[in-house]
Design a protein around this ligand. Structure first.
Ligand code: UDX
Length: 454
C-alpha cells in the first residue's frame, strides 16, 4: 500500500521503516529538515536497535523515502499521524499543537477515500473532533494506538501483541462481525468503518495472518486503551515501589516479595521491579495528561490515584539521593560519585524524564563530584545538563567514593565487583535498579544498598 507517516520522531520513524519492511511504499514527513536529512541517509536520529538496518534496507529498495514537504503525501492512501503529544509547558495536560498542525497540513492533500490513521497518544475525545475536520474532504479517520516499547520498537511494530482500531461507529455496541461489508447496506458511516477496518487489515496483513488479537472499537475506547494501558503499567511499578518503601522500614525484601506475589498468574512478575522508578517520553506524561483529561470530563476522582502513582514514583528519586548521602556519612559534598546510567531505561538513549539523569543532577546540586556514564545517552545528557561531568565507565569508577547504578544496562549488571573494588576509593554501591548480584557484590567486600532490600 502507499502510505505516508506524518511525524518522524521516535514513533513515526520506527513506524515508517517498519511499514516499508512489511512491503509497503512509504513516505515519512517531518518539519525538521535535519531529521529528514539524517533519515534519508539511512541514519536514525536516536538509538533504537534494528532501526538503522531497516532504514537502509527500505531506502535501498526504494520503498522508503523522507521529505519535509507535506505535498509529497500525494498518492498515499493511508496517512499515519505519528507526531508527539508532549506535556504542556504550562500544565499537566497533553499539548496537541503538533497533532493539530499535522492534520491542518494534511487536509489540502487528502483525497476522497483516503484513510487518516491517528497513532499519537491523545486525550479521549480528540479523534471525534479531528474526524469532523477530516470527513468533509471525503477522507475518513481511524485511531490506531501503538504500544511500542523503546528498545523493542521495531519488533513491537512488526509483531505487535495486539492491534486496536478505533473507527466511526454509529452503534458502538455492534461487534466487528456485525459491521456490513463495504458494499452492503447499514448506513454510510458503517460502510466507511468497514472499509477502514479492511484497509488497516491490509496494512497489518502480516500481523493479522499471524492471528494477532484485534480489537475493533469506537474512537473513544481506542484512545482510552492507550492511556489506560500506560496508567496500569505505571500503577504496577508504583505499587511495587510503595511496597519497597514499606519493606525499607519493616526490614523486608521487596524483590522476594515481588517474586512471591508475581507467581500469582493474576498478578504476574512483569513490571514489578522496584527501583528508582519510571521515566521516559510516555508513562509520566501520559498519566498526567489522563488525570487532566478526566478532570476536564468531571471525573477527576476516578483517576485521582494516578497523582499518588506519580508522587510515589518521584519519591524514589529522592530516596536514591538520600541513600547515597547517608552512605557517604551525611554529605555528598566534594565526594566523587560514579553514576552508572543516564537513559530512562537500557537499550535507549532517551533521557526524557529519566530518573537516572535526575539523580545525577541532584547529586551534582549537592556539591558532589559526579562523573556520569551511559553506553548511549551521554550526548543527549550533555546537551541538557552541560554542568555534569561525563566519562567512560572506567573514568566514572576510577577513585569513586560511591557507585550508583540507575539504569540496568547489561554491562553494569555484569561488572566484576572483585575487579572494581581495586579501582574505586570507596566500596559502596547503591543499586537503584535492584539489578546487581547482591551475594557477589557483598562477597567481594562491597557495602551493597538496594531499594527496599534487606
Ligand atoms: C511504555 C509502554 O511500555 C509502551 O507500551 C508504550 O507504548 C510507551 O510507554 P517505554 O516508555 O518504552 O514504553 O518504557 P517501558 O519499558 O514501559 O518502561 C517505562 C519505565 O518504567 C522505564 O523507566 C523503566 O525503567 C521503568 N520500569 C519498568 C520500572 O521501574 N520497573 C519495572 O518493573 C518496569
Amino acid at each position: 500500500m502507499k502510505i505516508s507517516v506524518i511525524g518522524c520522531g521516535y514513533l513515526g520513524a520506527v513506524h515508517a521503516a517498519s511499514m516499508a519492511q512489511l512491503g509497503h511504499d512509504v513516505i515519512g514527513i517531518d518539519v525538521d529538515r535535519a531529521k529528514i536529512d539524517s533519515l534519508s541517509q539511512g541514519k536514525a536520529p536516536f538509538f533504537e536497535p534494528d532501526l538503522p538496518e531497516l532504514l537502509i534496507a527500505g531506502i535501498e529498495a526504494g520503498s522508503l523515502r523522507f521529505s519535509s514537504d507535506m505535498a509529497d503525501v500525494a498518492g498515499s492512501v493511508v496517512h499515519f499521524v505519528a507526531v508527539g503529544t508532549p506535556q504542556q509547558k504550562s500544565g499537566t495536560g497533553a499539548d496537541l499543537s503538533y497533532v493539530d498542525a499535522a492534520i491542518e497540513g494534511l487536509l489540502p492533500h487528502l483525497a476522497p477515500g483516503d484513510l487518516v490513521v491517528g497513532k499519537s497518544t491523545v486525550p479521549v475525545g480528540t479523534a471525534e473532533r479531528l474526524a469532523a475536520i477530516i470527513e468533509p474532504t471525503g477522507a475518513q479517520l481511524a485511531w490506531n494506538p501503538e504500544f511500542l516499547r523503546e528498545g523493542y520498537a521495531v519488533k513491537d511494530t512488526i509483531s505487535p501483541d495486539r492491534l486496536v482500531y478505533g473507527v466511526r461507529r454509529e452503534d458502538p455496541s455492534a461487534s466487528v462481525a456485525s459491521l456490513p461489508p463495504a458494499s452492503g447496506g447499514g448506513g454510510a458511516s458503517r460502510q466507511e468503518a468497514r472499509r477502514a477496518v479492511a484497509i488497516l487489515n491490509e496494512v497489518y496483513a502480516q500481523a493479522i495472518a499471524a492471528d494477532t488479537p484485534l480489537v475493533v472499537t469506537d474512537y473513544a475506547t481506542s484512545e482510552l486503551v492507550k492511556v489506560a494501558a500506560n496508567a496500569f503499567l505505571a500503577t504496577k511499578i508504583s505499587f511495587i515501589n510503595a511496597m519497597a518503601e514499606i519493606a525499607e522500614v519493616a526490614g523486608a525484601d521487596v524483590t522476594e516479595l515481588a517474586d512471591a506475589i508475581g507467581y500469582d498468574a493474576r498478578i504476574g512478575r512483569k513490571f514489578l521491579n522496584a527501583g528508582v522508578g519510571f521515566g521516559g517520553g510516555c508513562l509520566p506524561k501520559d498519566i498526567r495528561a489522563f488525570t487532566a483529561r478526566a478532570e476536564e470530563l468531571g471525573r477527576g476522582e476516578s483517576v485521582a490515584f494516578l497523582k499518588e502513582v506519580d508522587a510515589i514514583n518521584l519519591r524514589r528519586r529522592d530516596r536514591v539521593v538520600e541513600l547515597v548521602v547517608d552512605a557517604l556519612g551525611g554529605s555528598a559534598f566534594q565526594k566523587k560519585v560514579a553514576v552508572l546510567g543516564l537513559a530512562f531505561k537500557p537499550n535507549s538513549d532517551d533521557i526524557r524524564d529519566s530518573p537516572a539523569l535526575d539523580v545525577a543532577v541532584r547529586l551534582h546540586g549537592l556539591g558532589a563530584h559526579v562523573v556520569a556514564t551511559d553506553p548511549e545517552a551521554i550526548a543527549n545528557s550533555k546537551l541538557k545538563h552541560p554542568q555534569l561531568a561525563f566519562g567512560s565507565t572506567a573514568e566514572a569508577l576510577k577513585g569513586a567514593d560511591i557507585v550508583v547504578v540507575v539504569t540496568e544496562w547489561n554491562e553494569y549488571r555484569s561488572l566484576d565487583p572483585v575487579e572494581l573494588a581495586s579501582v574505586v576509593d570507596g566500596t559502596i554501591v547503591v543499586d537503584g535498579r535492584n539489578c546487581l548480584d547482591v551475594a557477589a557484590w557483598r562477597g567481594a567486600g562491597w557495602r551493597y544498598i538496594g531499594l527496599g532490600r534487606r
